[in-house]
Design a protein around this ligand. Structure first.
Ligand code: ADE
Length: 229
C-alpha cells in the first residue's frame, strides 16, 4: 500500500521524518515530497504550507502524481468542544469549510451547489485509529472538524463555528484535503492534537504547544501506519 502522510507545517512533519530515519526527496510544484518505507508500506510525505489552497495542491499531488492510495493527515487543531484539552487527540468523523459562504443565494454556510456541507472521513481508517488508541492506552476523541483560511483566536468566531457546524475542533486544512480525497475516492483520516482553544489566548498557546502536540499526533499517525494491513 502506498500511503500519504500529510501535514501543514514543518513542525508537524519533521517529528515523523525523524522517526523514519532514511528517506529520499523530490521537489515538485514549489514543495518538497519525501519518500520512505515504514511498516511494510511505501510512504509519500509532505507538509503543504498552511491553508486550504496549499493543502489542496499537496493532497492532489500525493495522489495523482505520486500514486498514494490512502491519506493520513497529522497536525494540530484548536479545540471547540470543552471536552478537549491541549495535547488531546481527535479524529474527524466529518469535515466542513466554515468560511465557505454563498448564503446570499439562500444556501447554508459551507455549501456550494453540487458539493456538500459535510464530508465524511473513512470509517475503516477511523476504526484503525480507535484500535491504536486502545493499544496505546490513549483517549481518542472523535467529532466534526471545521476548516477555514483563518487562525481563529476569538471566542465569538469559535462559538459561531460551534453553533453553525456542531464542530468539535477547527483548523485550516482538513476540509480541503477531505474534498480532494472524496473527489478522487481515496480513503483518508484527519488526525489532530489540540494546541489551543481558538480563544483570545490561542496565539500564545499555539506557539507554546505546537511542538509537543505535533509530536503527539506524529507518534500516533506512525502507529496507525504500522496497524494498516
Ligand atoms: N490550528 C491550530 N489552532 C488553530 C486555530 N486556533 N485556528 C485555526 N487553525 C488552528
Amino acid at each position: 500500500m502506498k500511503i500519504a502522510i500529510m501535514a501543514a507545517m514543518p513542525e508537524e512533519l519533521m517529528p515523523i521524518l525523524a522517526q523514519l530515519g532514511e528517506y529520499t526527496q523530490v521537489e515538485y510544484a514549489k514543495n518538497r515530497y519525501y519518500f520512505a518505507k515504514f511498516g511494510g508500506h511505501e510512504l509519500v510525505l509532505a507538509y503543504s504550507k498552511i491553508g486550504k489552497v496549499f493543502s489542496t495542491i499537496t493532497a492532489t499531488t500525493m495522489i495523482e502524481k505520486f500514486g498514494a492510495q490512502m491519506l493520513l493527515f497529522s497536525g494540530v487543531a484548536g479545540a471547540i468542544s470543552p471536552k478537549l484539552s491541549i495535547g488531546d487527540l481527535i479524529i474527524a468523523t466529518q469535515l466542513a469549510q466554515h468560511d465557505l459562504d454563498i448564503t446570499a443565494f439562500g444556501h447554508p454556510f459551507g455549501y456550494v451547489p453540487e458539493g456538500s456541507v459535510m464530508i465524511p472521513s473513512d470509517a475503516k481508517l477511523n476504526a484503525i485509529a480507535r484500535d491504536v488508541a486502545i493499544q496505546k492506552g490513549l483517549k481518542l476523541h472523535e467529532g466534526i472538524i471545521a476548516t477555514g483560511d483563518q487562525f481563529v483566536a476569538n471566542a465569538q468566531r469559535k462559538n459561531w463555528i460551534a453553533d453553525t457546524f456542531q464542530a468539535d475542533a477547527l483548523e485550516m486544512e482538513g476540509g480541503s484535503v477531505a474534498v480532494v480525497c472524496n473527489a478522487l475516492s481515496i480513503p483518508f483520516c484527519i488526525l489532530r492534537a489540540i494546541s489551543d482553544s481558538a480563544d483570545g489566548s490561542a496565539d500564545v498557546d499555539f506557539d507554546t504547544f505546537l511542538a509537543s502536540s505535533a509530536q503527539e499526533s506524529a507518534q500516533f499517525v506512525l502507529a496507525m501506519v504500522d496497524a494498516i494491513a
